[in-house]
Ligand binder design. Structure first.
Ligand SMILES: [Zn+2]
Length: 217
């Protein structure tokens, strides 16, 4: 039961990831979490899933204060956790040395490079994974699980055990007394056993014994 739920859960995730992947070719989207100077982002863009973590460092408190004044940042709000989902964000540009859509890039740049004030640095890490890889990885699990369990069930059946719980049933049972699983034999047998064949195995010999109820006696 537990594994059945896990498999259903993985199947739902797999479906969601697949839809996200297809959608990423149409529109780039971003889920961002920010707390103080640290920001974590998940970006879907052109078939890739990108994880980005970066932080902004100020060389001294004066630089930070000037930046807050300039950008209109409230220090109290800034220190709280915020999250935002944005659609139609800029497409993630994969570095030239990416390998089949896999890439990892560390960066450490001064804001002045982008025309910002001096004394502010942005450091970060961007990890890009192609969407198809995540789908193959998640999809491999159900295939592995199903194959493994089909093998286990087949071997148990060959040994005369219950295919679900492994109880040694031999040929005596058509339904497992432990878990209630019906054997393959049980599935094809009549639901209620024939009373004559099961309860009175000596019945065929009754006439020879001379039973008074027998018509031939
Ligand atoms: Zn069983």
């Amino acid at each position: 039961m537990f594994w059945r739920l896990v498999n259903i859960f993985i199947a739902c995730i797999l479906l969601g990831i697949t839809l996200l992947w297809i959608r990423s070719f149409v529109v780039a989207e971003r889920l961002a979490f920010q707390k103080a100077n640290t920001r974590v982002m998940f970006v879907t863009s052109e078939g890739s899933f990108v994880f980005i973590k970066n932080r902004v460092d100020f060389s001294d408190p004066d630089v930070q204060q000037r930046w807050f004044d300039r950008a209109g940042v409230d220090p109290v709000e800034w220190s709280k956790l915020h999250w935002a989902w944005s659609s139609d964000v800029g497409v993630f540009v994969s570095p030239d040395d990416n390998w089949l859509g896999f890439s990892m890039e560390r960066y450490d740049r001064d804001f002045s490079q982008w025309g910002g004030p001096d004394g502010i640095r942005r450091r970060g890490l961007a990890v890009e994974v192609p969407g198809w890889f995540v789908i193959v990885l998640l999809g491999a699990w159900p295939i592995f699980w199903w194959t493994r369990h089909a093998t286990i069930r087949y071997r148990r059946e060959q040994r005369g055990e219950c295919r679900m719980c492994g109880f040694a049933m031999g040929t005596a049972y058509t339904v497992c007394p432990v878990c209630g699983e019906m054997t393959r034999r049980g599935l094809t047998a009549p639901a209620i056993p024939d009373a004559a064949s099961v309860e009175s195995p000596i019945a065929p010999f009754s006439p020879a014994v001379g039973s008074p109820s027998s018509p031939s006696a």
